[in-house]
Structure formats: structure tokens, C-alpha cells
Design a binder for this molecule. Structure first.
Ligand SMILES: [Fe+2]
Length: 398
């Protein structure tokens, strides 16, 4: 390895140290990690210490967005045609182990959307998804057409002059070899150019209640970094919901996570979660219990109210109830949105993060965002999956 290569290899670590020093200098809440300078520790409300690695994700390559498919959409029919073309242009997940109902569910969602979404709504969706890659664009169209409530944040953003950014998609897999999270993650790496993070601790999250996940990343030429959270039920946990959700709903995303940023005097700023969900006006945004305030804005997360699916066929709910009395009910928690907030880096460090991927950072570019913390926190993922199982909304609606 020559000196230049060695310097390049060490650059993410140098950036992480700079972020850690900056955070430590401005708040006494952070503590140094005893083993590594790239991590800081903070204390959660329940006094558990949480460790965050500040090393930025660095991609080995950057990719084109999906604008070739979605650029000229002006109507609902255009959006559906662009969606189908984009989907046909790449390999997607196999559906052998998924119930035929998954296709019925998606078709019913599109048929319903055709009745309630205007051409302007469709153009807004296309305008947003065209900046993602084909995979994220296809999955995001499915999410945004699931219920018109999902456009509430976009409408609020227009009023407040915020930019809505893609944060991540959660793709649920089976526990069956070949259809599990590892197999799907491999397909996403090979066919869609996603990458595993370069930090060992962020490669694979394992939860003690029977599920696990592979996070994947991809950086686009337009400056957007895409994140996928590919999860599965672990073998030997027949009651764990993820595998059943996958069988019923297929690989349509369980949730799409969005975040908002704004520009103030040449600086990019994250919109805190509280500013979105504690709105005094009736915005149509109904949030469950948020988490992550202890990270001082590095990663705040909340699920919005799950969309109740009253149309799961009776034979499916009976089969699930035979496995566990609650599964037939929780499976009706269909797709949903998550809101995220990730504190932005100051311009000089953001420039260094973008330079890792050969990109030039421009804080005035609405698509550019350089969060201080790039990853998922298992401690929070466990919280949000629990809230996604809440059924009080279902009970109110039935
Ligand atoms: Fe999520």
C-alpha cells in the first residue's frame, strides 16, 4: 500500500475522530468509548449506555438515479407506466414462497390509489422517486400509493420550505434459506449495487427476540445515500412476525423512512422529529411513540400510524391464529411510514464526507445531506418494531 492509498483508507477514521471531538466539545452528555476513538457513548433514559460509531459510510462506487423512468410523469397513468418499466428493467426478489395474496394486495392498493390520487399527486411522487435508484424508486412508489395520508409530510414540507429526503426502506424476508435476509441482501448487492458497511459492528444486527437484519448502503451521483434494512425472522422462532408479514405482503417494503432538512444561511440543518410530530395544526401526521432523543439528534425515529388492512383473507388469519393468538390481528398492520431525524454535519466536515465518494458537497443542493451518524441503532430498531405491533389503532378502526 502506498502513502496515498493509506491516507485514503484512514480518511473515514480521521473524519469520525473530528466528529467525535466536535460533539464532545459542545456537550457533556457524550463520553469517549474506552476502546476506539471513532465511537462515543451516551446514556439512554433507562440508563443503558449506547455506543454510536461516527465513521461515515464510504461507497466504493456511485450510481445513476432513476430519472430516466420517472422524468416525464404528469399523470397517474404515467406514474404506473414508469413504475412498471422501472420494475421490469432490473431483477427483483423471487416470489416463490410468497402467498398469491401479496400480488392481490398490491393490485388493490394501486386500484384504490387510482380513485383517490390526483395527477398532481402522481407527479409529486415521480418528482421525488426519480432521485432514488430503480430499486428504491419502485418500492417507494408502492409505499407512497398505499394511503394518501402518506403524502401529508410532503404537503407540510411544502408549507415549511423543508426538503423531504429518503432515509431507508425496510424489506422483510423469510426465515427459509434462499429467501432469508442474507440471500436477499446478496441479490441487492449483485443486482442493484448496494454495499455492506465497512464497519464490522454494523454488518449484521442480531436481536435476542428472534430476528436479525443486514443493513445495506448505496451512494448515487446526485449525492443521495440510500439505506436498506433487510430483516428476517430467525430460524426456530415460528411466532416471530417478520416471516409471516413477508409471506402475506411479499417484498413490498414494510416501511419507508423519511426525514426532513432545511437550509439556513448556507447551512444544512435536520428538522427535529418533535417539530414534525408535535405540530399544533391538524397535519394528518399521527405518530406512535418516538425514540432516540438521548442521541441529541443523531438518530431520532418514530413510526406513523400503521395502515389497517381489513382485507387479509380469513384463511390466512385463521392459519396465523393457530400459530399464536395475536398473529391474525397484528398481520393487519400493513405498510407504514417512519419519520427519522439525523443531525447534519457542519459544512467543512460534510465536504470531506462527500469527497470520500468523489462528490462535491453543496449545502444549498436540496438533495445533499451529510448526517453525523450514518447507521441504525439496534437499541432503537428493537423499540420501533415493538411499536409497529401495537394494535390500538386497529381496535379503534374496527
Ligand atoms: Fe426503520
Amino acid at each position: 500500500m502506498n502513502t496515498t492509498e493509506s491516507n485514503n483508507r484512514n480518511e473515514p477514521t480521521r473524519i469520525a475522530n473530528e466528529i467525535a471531538d466536535h460533539l464532545k466539545a459542545y456537550s457533556g452528555m457524550w463520553q469517549r468509548h474506552p476502546d476506539t476513538t471513532t465511537r462515543l457513548l451516551t446514556t439512554r433514559e433507562d440508563l443503558q449506555q449506547i455506543s454510536l460509531d461516527l465513521t461515515p459510510f464510504s461507497a466504493s462506487q456511485t450510481y445513476d438515479d432513476a430519472s430516466q423512468f420517472f422524468d416525464s410523469v404528469t399523470s397517474f397513468d404515467d406514474l404506473m407506466a414508469a413504475y412498471k418499466k422501472a420494475k421490469a428493467s432490473k431483477k427483483f426478489e423471487p416470489s416463490d414462497q410468497v402467498l398469491p395474496y401479496a400480488e392481490t394486495f398490491l393490485q388493490a392498493c394501486f386500484d384504490r390509489a387510482r380513485q383517490v390520487y390526483s395527477d398532481e399527486d402522481a407527479a409529486l411522487i415521480a418528482e421525488w422517486v426519480k432521485n432514488l435508484d430503480v430499486y428504491a424508486a419502485v418500492k417507494s412508489v408502492e409505499c407512497l400509493l398505499d394511503t394518501k395520508d402518506n403524502l401529508a409530510l410532503f404537503n407540510l414540507a411544502r408549507e415549511r420550505d423543508w426538503t423531504i429526503l429518503f432515509d431507508h426502506l425496510a424489506i422483510r424476508c423469510s426465515s427459509t434459506p434462499g429467501y432469508d435476509a442474507k440471500a436477499i441482501a446478496e441479490m441487492l448487492v449483485e443486482e442493484h449495487g448496494y454495499e455492506h458497511p465497512q464497519i464490522d459492528d454494523e454488518l449484521h444486527y442480531v436481536f435476542d427476540d428472534g430476528w436479525s437484519a443486514f443493513p445495506l448502503y448505496k451512494t448515487l451521483n446526485n449525492g443521495i445515500t440510500l439505506r436498506l434494512f433487510v430483516d428476517q425472522s430467525d430460524y426456530g422462532f415460528p411466532e416471530q412476525i417478520i416471516q409471516h408479514w413477508n409471506r402475506v405482503y411479499g417484498y413490498t417494503a414494510h416501511h419507508l423512512a423519511l426525514r426532513a432538512t432545511r437550509i439556513e444561511q448556507g447551512k444544512k440543518l435536520a428538522v427535529p422529529l418533535a417539530d414534525i410530530i408535535n405540530n399544533p395544526e391538524d397535519t394528518g401526521i399521527k405518530a406512535l411513540q418516538p425514540t432516540g432523543y438521548y442521541t441529541q439528534g443523531l438518530l431520532e425515529q418514530v413510526f406513523l400510524k400503521p395502515h389497517l388492512n381489513k382485507e387479509v383473507p380469513k384463511e390466512i388469519t385463521s392459519q396465523l391464529n393457530a400459530l399464536h393468538e395475536n398473529l391474525g390481528k397484528t398481520i393487519r398492520n400493513g405498510k407504514l411510514l417512519e419519520l427519522v431525524s439525523r443531525r447534519e454535519l457542519q459544512n467543512d466536515i460534510a465536504e470531506k464526507v462527500y469527497a470520500l465518494n468523489g462528490l462535491k458537497y453543496d449545502p444549498e443542493n436540496p438533495l445533499h445531506s451529510a448526517p453525523m451518524y450514518a447507521y441504525f441503532l439496534p437499541a432503537q430498531a428493537a423499540h420501533v418494531i415493538q411499536t409497529s405491533l401495537q394494535t390500538q389503532f386497529l381496535e379503534q378502526a374496527l
